[in-house]
Design a protein around this ligand. Structure first.
Ligand code: BGC
Length: 257
């Protein structure tokens, strides 16, 4: 549906690869201008930029570490200054670090929580403050995970961050509703992206995972992007505080044997 987002400006955090890149390109192909945020992969960010331009839209590329408050404020500031507004925020930046619970280091705890939770929290705060001043409505889409709900042994920091994101979304749906700002989560299951590169190379582990997925395959990031585009569009105007699961049936799967 071209044009569903024309005239809108969207920030997509962490969009130099994976789900974030697909979302940025998809929102652009529906007419939005994009703030391309990356932290450590400038080549990926310029690839995202080229794909956005090829889709006929415009973008600015900014290096920002969402775990730093000033960086989140700058992303919002630059969107308004260079693109004239900021209507849509996609909190996509996320990392995971596997370890048995008893071995988790303070450094890894901080790394995961600072990006996945603190980053989304304060980027959302900067986004909301600006919209509130301008008395404009907005859309927030958080890329959470099936693990906002479902256990993921050996990834306790990741689960803690995504579980918190689930409650943050519910809480903000209530606080931001009167401002005309909606907030929803997308909870992807196993999607083939760089975040699970090591799993994709481990055939026995991958096969075990696939046996848990009723649709029998991994998802791809474009399938996640289409849900994000819907949530960003007018068609989702009455949806807030929800989580959209996209996991091939993983979360509800149960079978004996
Ligand atoms: C994680 C992946 C994992 C998937 C399904 C995602 O949130 O990032 O590493 O494979 O959930 O468990």
């Amino acid at each position: 549906m071209p044009g569903r987002l024309s005239g809108k400006v969207a920030i997509v955090s962490g969009c130099s690869s994976g789900i974030g890149q697909s979302i940025a390109v998809r929102l652009a192909s529906e007419g939005a201008s994009i703030v391309v945020d990356y932290r450590s992969n400038p080549d990926g960010a310029s690839d995202t930029l080229h794909q956005i331009e090829a889709a006929g839209s415009k973008a600015i590329v900014l290096k920002a570490d969402v775990s730093r408050l000033e960086d989140t404020q700058n992303l919002v500031e630059q969107a308004w200054q260079q693109l004239g507004s900021c209507d849509i925020l996609v909190n996509n930046a996320g990392i995971e670090k596997g370890a048995d619970f008893w071995d988790v280091t303070e450094q890894d705890f901080d790394a995961v929580l600072n990006v996945n939770l603190k980053g989304a929290f304060f980027l959302t705060q900067a986004f909301v403050r600006r919209l509130r001043e301008a008395k404009r409505p907005g859309r927030i889409i958080n890329i959470s995970s099936v693990h906002e709900e479902m256990a993921f042994p050996h990834f306790s920091t990741y689960c803690a961050s995504k579980g918190a994101m689930r409650m943050l979304t519910r809480n903000l749906a209530v606080e931001l509703g009167p401002l005309g700002i909606t907030i929803n989560n997308i909870a992807p299951g196993a999607i083939a992206t760089p975040i699970n590169a090591s799993l994709l190379e481990d055939k026995p582990k991958l096969d075990a995972l696939l046996r848990n997925i009723p649709l029998g395959r991994l998802g791809n990031s474009n399938e996640v992007a289409s849900v994000a585009a819907f949530l960003a569009s007018e068609e989702a105007a009455y949806i807030t505080g929800s989580t959209y699961v996209i996991d091939g049936g993983l979360m509800v799967n149960y079978h004996e044997q």
